[in-house]
Design a protein around this ligand. Structure first.
Ligand code: NAI
Ligand code: MG
Length: 497
């Protein structure tokens, strides 16, 4: 009798090498969005041509194609916007019953929710971030900030118990390119809730969602001049900082520009808050849940291409688990998909600009020339656009430039430590103090580390978690003042004891 051979028709599961690259494309459509060819300045409730007649291009960093022409505001335009904002402050916004103010802010939040898909696609097109992040993080959080601060508008007496408060006046707000709409929300929502009027300047590479927000503000029928949006470069920002008709400056961006602003404002009566750079320590203890910690390391440094002020860019791993963490981290890096920001599978999108790509490359060269060992994932990169592979450096020391300076890209430096004290000392040995992370099974270690690291935000067994109710901001060269939560109202209130 012939032996029957039973063939197993189901092939065994294979986990070897099948993850990265084998997904079918899943692009989000850009057909539903409307972008004008040209965007003017938003002054006193109307789109207005710039006095100079000058426009600049905002491109898509994933394909280097122009998305729109955007107006370049000069000092004359700043003058107009300041006059409009002061008028709106004196005559309308500061006099309006607070509950009425909050209705407008709620309206902005709701329209942002309704138009969330469009805003997410434009954010990804203009800045290069993965659609998964703009869709699930940037846009929902931006509208959540408006919802949250809308609630405060008629409860300000409770924000300053035992004291009355009044608004500061006109706020000049300058934001960066890494979280464009979210930063606009962080700035505008608390200012409006507290009764101020604002002039916002978005960053030159990512002005489009702020200009869409101007359309939303029109749709919400905010009184003219309450929110003005001036696109432009650093000189537009400087004109805002130096204008005598502005009462408060709020800035998020590089420490270098933060220092220039601080100098310009010294001796004036203008208030200011600064949210600047960072170089956070992400500390993994030997008793941590290692697989979760590896996810936290990846999220800490590769979220938003590493263009994150609170990125966990300095990794400290306890010596006893260093080999295991390194192996798992490299395996995980191999699975990261770098490519089309509009593809829902994409983990790492395009680097925001050519300049930023050059800066990242420069730091990788410096790291290598200082003796660091560089490791990059083997993923393929699109041929057009600005891209950078997930990268890590070992064999670095506290004095290495790539350990001390903010790179603002997907580049992680890794060091080891033996004792908790050593980890704390190394973590604090830096000019920055914005954020940090600690991974351990022991609550006591979390308390010790979080109480001894000088950083505004420290996450425990998680990373990069944001919420409108919790304050965010730094110590040392990472800036001053807090945004978010009750604390975020204070820079916009004159408290009268
Ligand atoms: P930047 O600080 O020059 O730009 C941020 C904003 O400030 C933009 O809107 C810009 O137009 C404006 N600005 C520039 N010069 C100004 C001035 N003199 N007065 C007033 N406003 C001014 O940052 P940039 O050049 O885009 O990036 C350089 C580096 O800064 C990055 O590589 C990164 O390391 C760091 N950076 C940090 C950010 C953070 O959130 N921590 C955000 C953006 C950049
Ligand atoms: Mg752009």
């Amino acid at each position: 009798m012939k032996k029957r051979i039973i063939k197993n028709k189901i092939s065994p599961l294979s986990f070897n090498g099948g993850w990265g690259g084998s997904y079918a494309e899943a692009p989000e459509s850009a057909d539903h969005i409307q972008l004008k060819d040209t965007y003017d300045l938003f002054i006193n409730g109307k789109f207005t041509a710039p006095s100079s007649g000058n426009y600049f291009d905002s491109i898509n960093p994933a394909n280097e194609k122009r998305l729109a022409r955007v107006a370049d505001a000069n000092e004359k335009d700043v003058d107009k916007a300041v006059a409009a904002a002061n008028h709106a402050y004196e005559k309308v916004w500061s006099r309006m019953p607070a509950a009425e103010r909050s209705k407008y802010i709620y309206r902005i939040a709701r329209i942002m929710q309704e138009r969330a898909r469009e805003l997410a696609v434009i954010e990804s097109l203009d800045g290069g971030k993965p659609i998964r992040e703009s869709r699930d993080i940037d846009i929902p959080l931006a509208s959540a900030h408006f919802f949250y601060y809308a609630g405060w508008a008629d409860k300000l007496d409770y924000a300053t118990p035992g004291a009355k408060s009044k608004p500061v006046g006109v706020a000049g707000q300058i934001i960066p390119w890494n979280f464009p709409l979210l930063m606009a929300a962080w700035k505008i929502a608390p200012a409006l809730a507290a009764g101020n009027t604002v002039i916002l300047k978005p960053a030159e590479t990512t002005p489009l969602t702020a200009l869409k927000l101007a359309e939303i503000i029109q749709e919400a029928e905010l009184p003219d001049g309450v929110v003005n949006i001036l696109s432009g470069a650093g000189s537009t920002g400087a004109a805002l900082v130096n204008h005598p008709g502005i009462h408060k400056i709020a800035f998020t961006g590089s420490t270098e520009v933060g220092k220039i602003i601080q100098k310009s404002l010294a001796g004036t009566s203008k208030r200011y808050s600064l949210e600047l750079g960072g170089k956070a320590a992400n500390i993994i203890f030997e008793d941590a849940a290692i697989d979760q910690a590896v996810e936290g390391i990846v999220n800490g440094i590769f979220f938003n291409q590493g263009h994150v002020c609170c990125a966990g860019s300095r990794l400290f791993v306890q010596e006893s688990i260093a080999n295991t963490v390194m192996r798992k981290l490299k395996d995980r890096m191999e699975t990261l998909i770098v490519g089309d920001p509009l593809d829902k599978n994409t983990d790492i999108g395009a680097i925001n600009s050519k300049d930023q790509l050059e800066k990242i490359k420069k730091y990788v060269k410096i790291g290598t020339s200082e003796g660091g060992a560089c490791y990059q994932s083997s993923c393929s990169l699109p041929s057009k656009g600005y891209w950078f592979r997930p990268t890590l450096f070992t064999n670095v020391s506290q004095s290495s430039r790539i350990v001390q300076e903010e790179i603002f890209g997907p580049v992680l430096s890794i060091q080891t430590f033996r004792t908790t004290e050593e980890a704390i000392e190394k973590a604090n040995n830096i000019p920055y103090g914005l954020s940090g992370g600690v991974w351990t099974d022991k609550g006591s270690k979390i308390f010790k580390v979080t109480s001894q690291i000088r950083a505004g935000v420290i996450w425990a067994n998680t990373y990069n978690k944001f919420d409108p109710t919790s304050p965010f901001g730094g110590y040392k060269e990472s800036g001053m003042g807090r945004e978010g939560g009750l604390h975020g109202l204070m820079p916009y209130l004159e408290i009268q004891h």
